[in-house]
Ligand binder design. Structure first.
Ligand code: TXA
Ligand code: MG
Length: 316
């Protein structure tokens, strides 16, 4: 299949409206979309990503008021979260409307809904006739793509269209809160922090999959994720020296040990989040065998970085 690469949201949307799969930028990571009401089109997403069929997709809407097109029984708490954080890097799990085919929710009675704040994503979604089901636009198991070239590398020739945009400003996938249960439960950490959520939802529960070192419970969390080819070694602080002889890289908030041949010292946690997946990918391209990753503090977006690092290291 020839992949059309375009800068025009309207052109990308008309492709999607014809039942094709379209990759598009969002502020978290790039997504691979299909019409959420078209089961055959959605099947194309699973096929091109090699995604297991029991892992549900998030549905994207152009504006917060369109959540009702895919979800029912939106609680007061859910409404509060929508008002505060939509559009933005938050996904809410709500009761699913029957119009959304089962393939989207992997047979679950609930549906994840998100309204991206990225201007290109918003424009694209406005031109789409229906809400858009979209996982991250990577081959299953690989780190999520944060720029269009990475999407092309993974999925070029396997998808109908790629809508180009700037690199994703956040760099980690959305925070997921399950509002179909009471009290609401955090299923995945992201840029909307636990601290920010607890200001509105003091009794928010934290699923074990979000607690470092504990076994995953929610769908999708059980699969190996975010993995570069290189071995990941997690450290709380830079070691005095690195034992490996093989090509070694360093990423963290601190300066690197001198032996690392490829290093990235991030100014702050936002930068760490933004560059992490891209760093994994360039390390692989450059034949790095071991990546030392410094665990950031467990606060704000630091929790999400730690979560992705633990998963990449196969520890969660
Ligand atoms: O930032 C994001 O969320 C990106 C962009 C493209 O929006 N999307 C993304 O999708 O990260 P994906 O498919 O890579 O991750 C979706 C996660 C999976 O872990 C899946 O199990 C969970 O959301 N999920 C989706 N629907 C769910 C549901 N009804 N109940 C529980 N978890 C759900
Ligand atoms: Mg993904």
């Amino acid at each position: 299949m020839q992949t059309l690469v375009t800068d025009w949201p309207e052109e990308a949307a008309s492709c999607l409206n014809r039942g094709e799969t379209v990759a598009f930028p969002t502020e978290t990571v790039y997504g691979l979309g299909a019409d959420a009401f078209d089961a055959d089109a959605v099947a194309g997403i699973f096929k091109s990503k090699g995604r297991p069929s029991d892992n549900p997709l998030i549905v994207h809407v152009a504006t917060p008021d369109r959540i009702g097109e895919v979800a029912l029984e939106i609680s007061d708490t859910a409404r509060m979260l929508v008002e505060r954080f939509f559009p933005g890097p938050l996904t809410l799990v709500l009761k699913k409307r029957d119009v959304v085919p089962e393939i989207v929710s992997a047979g679950l009675p609930t549906i994840g809904v998100r309204c991206p704040s990225h201007p290109v994503a918003s424009e694209f979604l406005r031109y789409c006739e229906h809400p858009v089901a979209a996982p991250s636009a990577n081959v299953s198991g690989r780190p999520s793509p944060t720029d269009w070239k990475t999407v092309y590398h993974d999925l070029g020739g396997r998808i109908a269209c790629l809508l180009r945009g700037e690199p994703s400003a956040i760099g980690l996938e959305s925070t997921i809160v399950d509002c179909s249960v009471n009290p609401p439960r955090l299923l995945r950490t992201g840029a909307v922090s636990i601290e920010a959520l607890r200001e509105l939802v003091p009794d928010l529960e934290i699923a074990t999959s979000c607690k470092p070192g504990e076994a995953p419970k929610s769908p999708g969390q059980k699969y190996r994720h975010y993995s570069p080819e290189a071995e990941i070694v997690l450290v709380e602080a830079p070691p005095k020296s690195l034992p490996e002889i093989a090509p070694t890289a360093w990423i963290g908030l601190s300066a690197s040990p001198t032996e690392a041949i490829k290093t990235l010292q991030c100014r702050d946690m936002d930068e760490y989040a933004r560059v992490l997946f891209g760093f994994f990918r360039t390390c692989d391209a450059e034949g790095i065998r071991t990546i030392y990753c410094e665990l950031p503090p467990e606060e704000g977006i630091g929790r999400a970085i730690r979560d992705r690092l633990l998963k990449a290291a196969g520890k969660n």
